[in-house]
Design a protein around this ligand. Sequence first.
Ligand code: ADP
Length: 537
Amino acid sequence: MTIAGSMQVRGLAIIDIIRHAAAAHPTREIVSRNVDEPLWRYDYVRCFERVARCAHMLVRLGIGGGDRVSSLAWNTHRHFELFYAVPGIGAVLHTANPRLPDDHLVFTINHAASRVLLIDANMVPIVERLRSRLGVVEHVIVLADADRTPAGYAGYEALIADEPTTYAWPDLDEHCGAFLCYTSGTTGDPKGVLYSHRSVVLHAMAAGLSGAFGFSAFDVVMPCSSLYHATAWGLPFAGTINGVKFVLPGDRMDAASLHELIVNEGVTFSGGVPTIWTMYLDYIARTAAGPGTLKRIVIGGSAVPRDMAVTFDRMGVTVQQLWGMTETSPLGVVATPTPALAELGREAEQERIWTRQGRMQFGIEIRIVDDEGQPLPHDGETSGALMVRGPWVIERYYRADATACDADGWFDTGDIATIDREGFMRITDRKKDVIKSGGEWISSIDLENAAAGCPGVKVAAVAGVHHPKWEERPILLIEPHDGATLTEDHVVAFLAARVTRWWLPDRILFGPVPLTATGKIDKKVIRETHRDILRDG
Ligand code: ADP
């Protein structure tokens, strides 16, 4: 038996985040680089007004509650406006990933059944190529000002120009869909994850906490994870709740362009996948530039090479690792310090922070289980399948009939991990990437991490391929830095001092490392390309 609480029943709504920022942080800025346009600069009040204009425009086009709208856009202020306007009217924003192969891109927009497609100007060639296959799309709108809207297209600025700057935002059921994000579909078709208003707002509140991003209004945040990839880790919401200044880099994610923004706009915090920071560190080393005002970088999506964290630390920039996936909105865990760790001294503390994917935080339960689904101890040694549960974890894929979870609501992440007594989680591998050699496991992540520390290595990728005697053996593909000369002997000598003998790769290859649409090492391609390389042992 329970009795009803006597508090207000007010649903969690995404629009309330920007409404709050406009009221509580009215003059805090959002600065945006846009495709072939001058730098854009405004504050939360003006942003909220344009969100209202955009909402009116969408309603005028016939978009209403439950309708889907797709974006094909970079990290810009107009894309940011869609993040509030679309869910604000009860519709769903599907953030399409322009780096997906054509078939997958077409699949996601058609699967979402989006009636409107809003694109950046340099996406026009993609849309022209695929238009005939996008039967459901009724309107294509280019996110550009009137002068830069290509002939034959409707332009966003022209469409919103005469709309009112306020909107009577409807009360929505907090469980209704708001964002539709697809996994990149490394196996089979991409799968849709439909975030709700409730999941997005709870995730945003939790992401800003000190056990995660730890935001305040003094932060200047430059998201280098894409708005189209799991809502850029929810930064547009977690940052806005806390009134941070946003710096949106647009489509120019090269190191020089990012560095210019960091210095000119006083960026203190950024986040993105390791490949971006590899390029950035290379640029810093070549130009002898300093990190400007940058204080903290959260890196995730793939394991953070230890050397990357050490190099940033020497520059006075703190690195924290994040683990998450589209199915977890995407924040799972972030590696943040604890008093118990601090007592062990700075070196031990850093070691733990740099080599762990993150630490348990409220709202997302994590555990590891064996092959029979039995829970395993949190001793930092035992590894098992990583399971997650919580209010911003997927229940079922979009349009799927069956739940994606077990009977107790746990979602199997497909990752293998250890968890220690302090709640730190360490990913040892993705289930499908782990290398089974002679009945033992080799962690491709640990081997990559060791190889990435070898001077001259830009990216190191390890994959398991068939071996007639051992079942599988590791091969290592190295993409060297420009101008670096690396030999197989040199790399083997470097690794031999760092990993056990039987982990040493059977082949070391040099060449470009293939990446997925979300900037991760594409091991499937490496495995397929070199499938027979160890055929003769
Ligand atoms: P995809 O790239 O397949 O579209 P996600 O972006 O959702 O999908 O990727 C989630 C996966 O990325 C996780 O299951 C995990 O394997 C990997 N991942 C994310 N963060 C980390 C990290 N810090 N270290 C190692 N692996 C990570």
